[in-house]
Write a protein that binds this ligand. Structure first.
Ligand code: CUA
Length: 330
């Protein structure tokens, strides 16, 4: 059976929980599919018109029986519903403190950038025992990031971020698939996830290596060895922030034409229509690409759009920079 695995490894904190629910559903289906046909067959034979059985007193209703076959299935499906909903909410809600990794899907490869600037293609290195959050977007069509051994799958869409999180539990190499048909080479849009003990992961993270960037150019391994993770990607964003002239309006001390971005990430922003919004990655993204969609209360809609002027890669760096200005420790 070793070479014919029916089930992938259980390598994340979700894996056993998802499997338990799955096996419960299979068992439930087997019980009903296995028992009911025999009951039907028995009744077909027993009450065939050739059989001499007592038909003088046909049953028109039986309240007890009807309640039984209503209440028992109701309990079973409600159990499945709440069990599934509980798991779903857990899988969809990343914890506050996570290791954030940026993923860009494109026809037909996965491009990954770590907070310290390290990049990789069709591979994702993660530490075990740490919650990891993937912030994902696509450069072209819809893809889907799927790690069977972690029991997580999430669509990756152009024009917005989707988020997925997991905590690996077992060192090893696992399959990475694109699970959404995305064109000719969809089936080749595969890779591997390497889960490492924390120390090995940190050593790997600090080792520079050449990599193909999303625009096709080759990154020959810029220095990535740094004291604190979170720096270089944010630093690239800070450089962009300066080059694009953002600081001209978004003065850190406040009082500029635009709001200060200090402490913005994760905060609740008041908008000029009276509503509020949580400043997450998608809000930051929208505010850069389509600044007039949500105007912070007290400011005028004067910011130009940066749609088409910066790549997905640069957008990720800008957002990493803005996130680094927050003091949530994220
Ligand atoms: Cu990307 Cu299928």
């Amino acid at each position: 059976m070793r070479d014919f695995p029916l089930f992938p490894d259980q390598a994340s904190t979700f894996a056993t929980q998802v499997d338990q629910l799955y096996f419960f559903l299979v068992a439930l289906s087997l019980i009903f599919a296995g028992v009911l046909p025999f009951v039907i067959l028995y009744l077909i034979v027993r009450y065939h018109r050739s059989q001499k059985v007592d038909r003088s007193n046909p049953v028109n209703s039986n309240l007890k029986l009807e309640l039984t076959w209503t209440i028992i299935p109701l309990i079973l499906v409600m159990l499945v519903f709440f069990w599934g909903a509980f798991l779903y909410v857990q899988i969809r809600t990343p914890p506050m403190r996570t290791l954030d990794v940026y993923v860009i899907g494109k026809q037909w490869m996965w491009h990954v950038q770590h907070p310290n600037g390290k990049r990789e293609n069709n591979e994702l290195h993660v530490p075990i025992g740490q919650p990891v959050k993937l912030i994902m977007t696509s450069q072209d069509v819809i893809h889907s990031f799927y790690i069977p051994a972690f029991r997580v799958k999430q669509d990756v869409l152009p024009g917005r971020y989707t988020v997925m999180w997991f905590q690996a539990t077992k060192p090893g190499e696992y399959h990475l698939f694109c699970a959404e048909y995305c064109g000719t080479e969809h089936s080749l849009m595969i890779g591997r996830v390497v889960a490492l003990p924390l120390a090995d992961y940190e050593r790997w993270l600090a080792t520079p290596g050449p990599v193909i960037l999303p625009d096709g150019s080759i990154d020959t391994g810029r220095p990535t060895v740094v004291a604190s993770p979170g720096d270089p990607m944010a630093a690239a964003g800070a450089q962009l922030f300066t080059n694009l002239g953002c600081a001209g309006c978004h003065a850190m001390a406040g009082g500029g034409v635009g709001p200060s971005l200090k402490g913005l990430y994760g905060a609740t922003e008041k908008l000029n229509d009276g509503s509020t919004v949580t400043a997450d990655e998608n809000y930051l993204r929208e505010s850069i690409l389509n600044p007039n969609a949500k105007i912070v209360a007290g400011y005028a809609p004067v910011m130009p759009s940066y749609q088409g002027q910066i790549s997905e890669d640069q957008l990720n760096q800008l957002i990493a920079y803005i996130k680094s200005l927050a003091d949530t420790g994220n």
